[in-house]
Design a protein around this ligand. Structure first.
Ligand code: SF4
Length: 114
């Protein structure tokens, strides 16, 4: 079987905010924007991905069918949560960005990465 090229233009370029009702129905792990991990903190305020990786961790939390990336909050608000976390130490705490709910290099997600 020959695989075709990935559609790297997939997904919107400007992300919508997730409606409150949809956000309320998320698994608590998926709704968590700043998460403590034993090696640092993770920041995930965008959920959804149009790609179809069989190994995607979103299978575990019933989120794999969410194909359009959506914002849980603005990036400014997410950064405020991150730097306000009790475990955050500037210049020291290892960070993982967009590591559970989307792909950081999707066209609409990448502008929120840098
Ligand atoms: S979030 Fe990552 S692993 Fe999951 S489908 Fe998208 S690119 Fe694949």
């Amino acid at each position: 079987m020959t695989l075709g090229p990935l559609d790297l233009a997939a997904g919107p370029r400007h992300l919508p905010h997730m409606p409150d009702a949809d956000r309320a129905s998320l698994d608590p792990y998926m709704a968590l924007i700043v998460g403590y991990r034993k090696s640092g903190l993770s920041l995930n305020h965008i959920i959804g991905c149009p790609l179809d990786c069989g190994y995607c961790v979103r299978h575990f939390w019933g989120n794999f069918e969410a194909k359009t990336p959506q914002l849980l909050c603005s990036t400014d608000e997410a950064i405020e949560q991150l730097v306000g976390h009790p475990a955050f130490r500037p210049g020291v705490t290892p960070l993982q960005l967009f590591n559970k709910a989307t792909d950081p290099f999707l066209p609409g997600v990448k502008p929120h990465l840098f």
